[in-house]
Design a protein around this ligand. Sequence first.
Ligand SMILES: Nc1c(C(=O)O)ncn1[C@@H]1O[C@H](COP(=O)(O)O)[C@@H](O)[C@H]1O
Length: 163
Amino acid sequence: MTQVAIVMGSQSDWPTMQKAALMLKELGVEYKAQVVSAHRTPNLLVEFAEGASENGIQVIIAGAGGAAHLPGMIAAHTHLPVLGCPVRSSQLSGLDSLLSIVQMPKGVAVGTLAIGEAGAANAGLMAAQIVALQNTNVRDNIVAFRAKQTETVLANQRLELDE
Ligand SMILES: Nc1c(C(=O)O)ncn1[C@@H]1O[C@H](COP(=O)(O)O)[C@@H](O)[C@H]1O
């Protein structure tokens, strides 16, 4: 059963948002990805967000660029945790996306990640960490992922002087 939903405002967000999908796949979390836009598919947004909980979704990752209202509007229609990913925009490099997502009014929460691919990957990791609260397989996968990461960092250090 799908545990995490990844939604994005446009097909053009997929190169960024697939980093979340890749992380979830690596950590053994079932996910489904789809395009949903607060602006362009407003009725679908309401249908998706209101049905997410009864469809078994535990966490929603929402990525959008520019006037990125998607994560906040989804959060307004569900009690599930929503992780917002600011996609890098062509005009303002994603600062517009970040500010659109991060400044939520008190009472409706969106957990905002960093701009771009690293933020999307971390949204996948954070979603997996939430799923892992009640899933020991995913928890074990996260622990193993982190241990491998530490090992790789230490094994790859090359600190000779360039002379
Ligand atoms: N910010 C939103 C929303 C929304 O917030 O609902 N829907 C689409 N968009 C964004 O518009 C940008 C340009 O989209 P196109 O590339 O389709 O023109 C995308 O980054 C998308 O997330």
